[in-house]
Ligand binder design. Structure first.
Ligand code: AMP
Ligand code: ZN
Length: 497
């Protein structure tokens, strides 16, 4: 394989050569969706970025176990035990059971990821399915005196942990500064230190999602599920942990503290963080109200959108930037992406059709051969440089130029030889389909297309070209369409046998 894969590790803040702990196996954990509201396009960007990472590692031959959780415990997302959890709140609003909400938004999430051709993970564990394991981890932390119980809640003792370990190593936060900067919030008074975070919360009478525990009825803290489920399915130390940048602190920082506290091991070798999708420079988020839903994008039905954009156009748009840079949404960029995507798909159609033709009168042109090999190397160089899809796409367009030249006859296949021809076609198709995950969006108006064929049929009949008439009938039949020759007009029906 052309040079080695290097990844930017948020923990060491360096680009490092990717060396899995136990090759060829790779364990990858990505924080999944919270399932109490719709997925917006910003979320899609993050899951799409990890889709590329998963696809490329698999392409390189690694056996990846990809775990992406479902956050279905209704956390309060802060330690303030005030009000309702988000899932119960939504359940009341939509007049549903909390678990109905969870199912509804999980289904919705899966529909959206499928639309964008984002592959399913190998394991998709849910937080509510792992309450026992979460209780066990809390017990371990209490045993190690890194957690304490108070009024039926359990907190992680950050100051105690920080005596022997370094809290803040991922996010660069300093405990003393955090202490000085934090003010007491309602419901937090019971904690020993303001930086401590909840492992278990005592459920108030209104709290619907609740489980029995040694500390009474309650629910697990926000950060715990990921430490528990990643270690359960990938081991106490595994290769890749990912999520959006906004999860670095406190979520991932707390995960490190919990896991190091419980096992004594750094849980993750490479921490990977994706950057944010922004709108006019501002992070797209549910709370800011600047987010739009995939469905709105496909219909164009939103004040920010000038026109509808297809799922693959959006996928292409997102891949044109590196996952660690911010990406600003704009109609202009999406329009340009639609063009680029179609150009690439036309190349794909051509490439699937091209055949090698022998020609003894031609000699192999070493310059062209070197050029093609050079472009292929550049494709891999880009992807090996921390999955740089933006640069890879530019190189794939250079491959497309060669494919177009072959198609127009400007470049004869015999000038590059069969081996290089096969390599060109194979690399082009594999990178687009398997690695970038782009697929053709076939025209959806099949009826319109059949009508065009019916017109051709009528014309053939008029000029009494019965061979053509029979051919059209026969070919349409192969696709399950029967022509109905009526007196006044020609119609069609589904083939019944
Ligand atoms: P959530 O369901 O809100 O927990 O978010 C799921 C994932 O989407 C997390 O990894 C977030 O970091 C990520 N995310 C949220 N907003 C954005 C955004 N505007 N751009 C990219 N990723 C985002
Ligand atoms: Zn997580």
């Amino acid at each position: 394989m052309q040079n080695q894969l290097r990844v930017y590790n948020s923990l060491t803040k360096k680009k490092e050569i990717f060396e899995p702990i136990n090759p060829p196996f790779v364990g990858m954990y990505v924080c999944g969706p919270t399932v109490y509201s719709d997925v917006h396009l910003g979320n899609v960007r993050t899951f799409l970025s990890f889709d590329i990472i998963y696809r490329y590692l698999t392409h390189l031959g690694y056996k990846v176990r990809y775990v992406r959780n479902i956050t279905d415990v209704g956390h309060l997302e802060s330690d303030a035990d005030e009000g309702e959890d988000k899932i119960s709140k939504k359940a009341k609003l939509e007049n549903m059971e909390p678990m109905e909400i969870v199912q509804k938004y999980s289904n919705d999430f899966h529909r959206v990821t499928a639309k964008f051709n984002i592959l399913d993970p190998n394991i998709e564990p849910s937080a509510t399915g792992h309450i026992q394991e979460q209780i066990k981890m809390i017990e371990k932390l209490i045993e190690k005196e890194l957690a304490y119980e108070i009024n039926g809640s359990v907190y992680f003792d950050v100051l105690k942990y920080n005596e022997t370990e370094k809290y803040g190593m991922l996010s660069g936060r300093v405990v003393e500064e955090l202490m000085a900067g934090s003010r007491e919030l309602d419901g937090q008074e019971e904690k020993r230190n303001t930086v401590d975070f909840a492992l278990w919360k005592n459920a108030g009478p209104l709290h619907i999602m609740r489980w029995e525990s040694p500390w009474g009825t309650g629910f697990p803290g926000w950060h715990l599920e990921c430490s528990v489920m990643s270690s359960k399915y990938l081991g106490e130390r595994f290769d890749i942990h990912g999520g959006g940048m906004d999860l670095k602190f406190p979520h991932h920082e707390c995960e490190i503290a919990q896991s190091v506290g419980a096992t004594g091991k750094q849980p993750v070798k490479y921490w990977l963080h994706t950057n944010m999708l922004t709108v006019n420079g501002q992070k797209m988020s549910k709370s800011t109200g600047n987010s739009f839903l995939p469905e709105e994008l496909f219909t164009g039905n939103h004040e920010l959108l000038n026109e509808p954009y297809s799922p693959m156009t959006v996928r292409f748009f997102m891949l044109q930037s590196h996952y660690s840079s911010t990406l600003d949404f704009s109609n202009d960029a999406l329009k340009a992406a639609a063009k680029g995507y179609k150009k690439m798909m036309n190349g794909l159609v051509l490439a699937k059709d091209l055949k090698y033709t022998n020609d003894d009168s031609l000699e192999i042109n070493p310059k062209t051969v070197n050029q093609i090999n050079g472009i292929i190397d550049n494709c891999y160089r880009a992807l090996n440089d921390d999955f740089n899809t933006a640069q890879a796409i530019a190189q794939i367009f250079n491959l497309l130029k060669k494919i177009n030249s072959i198609s127009t006859g400007n470049l004869k296949t015999a000038e590059i030889g069969e081996e290089v021809f096969d390599k060109l076609i194979h690399t082009f198709i594999t990178l687009i389909v398997d690695v970038l995950g782009l697929k053709e969006e076939k025209p959806s108006d099949v009826e319109g297309i059949i009508n065009i064929i019916l017109d051709l049929y009528k014309q053939a009949k008029q000029v009494k070209d019965y061979d053509k008439v029979d051919e059209i009938r026969r070919k349409l039949k192969q696709y399950g369409v029967t022509l109905k020759d009526m007196k006044e007009k020609v119609g069609w029906a589904y083939e019944e046998q």
